[in-house]
Design a protein around this ligand. Structure first.
Ligand SMILES: CC(C)(COP(=O)(O)OP(=O)(O)OC[C@H]1O[C@@H](n2cnc3c(N)ncnc32)[C@H](O)[C@@H]1OP(=O)(O)O)[C@@H](O)C(=O)NCCC(=O)NCCS
Length: 175
């Protein structure tokens, strides 16, 4: 099967990505996940993998955010919404999309580190792709105010900086 990979504006492409989100994360599934009830930021850019029918079969969201680490301003590249349609898993699509997202962040050169949040079941997937646990604390905004974000665990991918500990304030909604 031939596939197509695009990196597109997040808002404009939401209508294309939405059916995949609805298939993988319908409300009754989200309700069972550790991040149920959390408000997340919308992706600024999206990596979309499409099949021959032009359907989106894999998605990775990219967020670019000025955050603070121990009070110092840094540029984070956020990765979120990594998902592959169930019938297309195990073919390397998420790996390809994740690599494209990292390449985009590297090309911008101003990104200090990449950061994602994941459930324990996906840790081996990210660990095998160069992601390392961030052992410090994460703070984020929610509609109710600023919270310590502990629902899902933070993993970093080293770019210009190698963060392992300390306090990261996302200065906005998590992703
Ligand atoms: C996690 C998820 C995105 C992985 O997507 P995927 O497209 O199946 O991922 P890949 O195919 O790149 O890699 C998955 C596995 O398939 C293997 N694989 C890669 N290419 C392959 C191929 N051509 N043939 C068979 N297996 C292959 C990889 O080695 C990998 O195994 P590993 O974890 O032991 O290293 C997908 O399972 C998913 O959508 N899950 C539900 C949503 C979710 O939890 N998302 C993560 C949020 S943090």
């Amino acid at each position: 099967m031939s596939i197509e990979i695009d990196i597109v504006n997040g808002d404009a492409s939401w209508k294309d990505a939405k059916p995949l989100f609805e298939a993988v994360w319908p409300p009754h599934v989200v309700a069972t996940l550790p991040w149920a009830g959390i408000a997340f930021a919308h992706a600024e850019l999206r990596v979309l993998v499409r099949d021959e029918l032009d359907d989106v079969i894999c998605h990775v969201g990219i967020h670019r955010r000025d955050v603070t680490w121990n009070g110092r301003k840094l540029r984070a590249g956020g990765i979120g919404g990594v998902l592959t349609r169930e019938d297309q898993r195990g073919r390397g699509y998420a790996t390809i999309a994740l690599n494209a997202a990292i390449r985009t962040l590297k090309d911008e050169a101003s990104t200090d580190f990449a950061l994602l949040f994941c459930e324990p079941k996906n840790v081996p997937f990210y660990a095998a792709r160069g992601w390392t646990p961030f052992e410090g604390e994460i703070f984020a905004e929610q509609p109710s105010g600023r919270i310590r974000f502990t629902a899902i665990a933070p993993y970093v991918y080293d770019l210009r900086r190698k963060l392992r500990q300390g306090t990261i304030d996302l200065c906005g909604l998590p992703w």
